[in-house]
Ligand binder design. Structure first.
Ligand code: BTN
Length: 329
């Protein structure tokens, strides 16, 4: 009911009458008043005027289940949100749910945390996850596609993150293959996909996304590599709004992906965002390092590169990493 009341407040141009709310939800005036008080405590500025009702004056950067669900309503990605003030890792929480549930009904559930104490990055690294300024979220999916296709979902999320960021902040980010979102050659968002599958069938996939949103500084060791959206825009960004925007973009990409079961219809959008495209990259294969020109991804999400002797090669994510010739990008 809280998410619904919040949505009504957001959608209403003027005052929303308390009586209307009571009738709609079949509850007492006190019950409505209690929810309004809870919202105020969370930081919403709500004006209450006798005989007129309630009006939302300002929504701060509130990240809560009610706030996010009020923004994802009517869609499946993030329709259900599980929110933690603190948890180990939203990927771990989502995987736990993936193990327990078997039904399609948890497909699209979003796990969000204000603070992670054991945030995970790719290649066994950690992901620093202090409270107050970042997004840490994981989407649980039960896709009906072959397990070999699952890694491509990461690339869908990369498109969705870059597009969601652009729509909310106006900032154009790029993608460093396969799935880092970069801004001014520094990382603004990382994605970690994990899967449980049988030989021919996926049990579940979890896609974890960490976005640097309102940080003003970073610890010294990552200052040269990390950037936040606030550092770029000078503005505080509402994290819930950004979460909802990324999920909306992801949902659109996913609908296309499940039809084609590959990236054929998303490849162009991805390649447009790819910062490595037509750039010299260093390909770091285990035991083999070479320089090549990145041409873009193919329908499977692999990076096509042209080596110095003119040969075209396909680079698979997972075993290989790619760096810019002069640095990270
Ligand atoms: C990377 O190394 O680039 C991937 C980082 C992924 C971080 C996110 S934060 C939310 C989710 N939970 C985690 O523990 N990791 C992912």
């Amino acid at each position: 009911m809280k998410a619904e009341i919040l949505r009504f407040l957001k959608e209403s141009d003027g005052y929303l009458s308390g009586q209307q709310l009571c009738e709609h939800f079949q509850v007492s005036r006190t019950a409505v008043w209690k929810i309004i008080e809870q919202l105020k405590e969370e930081g919403y500025r709500i004006k209450a005027v006798r005989n007129k009702g309630y009006r939302l004056i300002d929504s701060p950067d509130v990240m809560s289940r009610a706030e996010i669900e009020s923004l994802t309503r009517g869609r499946w990605a993030g329709a259900k949100v599980v929110y933690y003030e603190e948890t180990d890792s939203t990927n771990t929480r989502a995987k736990e749910a993936g193990e327990k549930g078997k039904e399609q009904e948890d497909h699209g559930t979003l796990f969000v945390a204000e603070h992670q104490v054991a945030g995970k990055g790719r290649r066994g690294r950690g992901w620093e996850s202090p409270a107050g300024s970042s997004i840490y979220m994981t989407l649980l999916l039960r896709p009906d596609v072959r397990p070999v296709r699952a890694p491509q979902l990461t690339l869908l999320m990369a498109i969705a993150a870059a597009e969601g960021i652009r729509k909310v902040t106006g900032v154009s980010c790029g993608i460093k293959w396969p799935n880092d979102i970069v801004l001014d050659k520094k990382k603004v968002c990382g994605i970690l996909t994990e899967m449980s599958a049988e030989m021919t069938q996926i049990n579940y996939v979890v896609i974890g996304v960490g976005i640097n949103v309102n940080q003003e500084t970073f610890p010294e060791e990552i200052q040269g590599k990390a950037v936040s959206l606030k550092q770029k825009t000078g503005m505080n960004i509402r994290r819930s709004e950004l979460i909802a925007a990324v999920l909306k973009e992801f949902e659109a990409c996913y609908e296309i992906f499940v039809k084609t079961e590959d990236l054929s219809e998303l490849r162009e959008a991805y390649n447009r965002l790819l910062v490595n495209k037509d750039q010299e990259v260093k390909v770091l294969e285990p035991g083999n390092e070479y320089t090549a020109r990145a041409l873009g991804i193919n329908d499977a999400g692999e990076l096509i590169v042209r080596t110095e002797d003119g040969q075209e090669k396909t680079v698979y994510a997972g075993e290989v990493s790619v760096r810019g010739v002069y640095g990270y990008v």
